[in-house]
Design a protein around this ligand. Sequence first.
Ligand code: ZN
Length: 244
Amino acid sequence: MGAYETDAVVLRTIRYGEADAVLSVYTRERGRVSAIAKGARKSTSKLGGRLQPGVLVHLMLHEGRGDMATVRGAQMVRTHAGLWVEGYRLRAAGCVLETALRGLPEHEASDETFNLLVRTLDLLAEAPPRTTEPRLEPLVLGFAVKLLVVGGLLPRLGSCAACGVGPPLVGFSAQAGGALCPSCARMGEPLDPHVLDAYAGLVGRPLAEAADACPAGAAMGVERLVGLSLREHLGVTLRSATPV
Ligand SMILES: [Zn+2]
């Protein structure tokens, strides 16, 4: 209850009533919260143009009795303008925001997660457009992989998740907790060694090196493993992802 200020990334905005907007934001102070911005869609609103998905803003919020906070003020911190001038980047950012919206629990703050989300959008706003699907963008996959790491949900990749023996690892099962050796591989699905390398690279290398860590040929495989892990650990199935 009460008023507070926080940096926040706008994840989603939904029109509400005549002129209001309901926002889902990921805040540094309180994690993911919903907030209503009254009058945000009036042409005279000082808030309206600022609260687009993907922007980093400093918000003044007031929490009343209900579930939803009220936006009392907003100052732009970073517009991430590069997202809006390039369709590929905008759609890739949409995948990141959707993962955050569906994968991050409400009212659970994490500095690491907040910094990861902001860093991903910073990099995406300047990322070179690719000819592949935006959901396979290395930064999109890198964000999801690092989100699992931050959440302590990372699959085991260096040794068999079922029996513990070292490489070679030829299978994967999110339920078992990661990669599988030849003897245990029947518990999961086949794992391409290039996909395992790419996944491990996205875990271990900085986000800025995501494109080097994850070559285009491995992206679909990584996306599948990430999807299996998100579904297993967070119960999340992403609409933007390939069905798993
Ligand atoms: Zn094994």
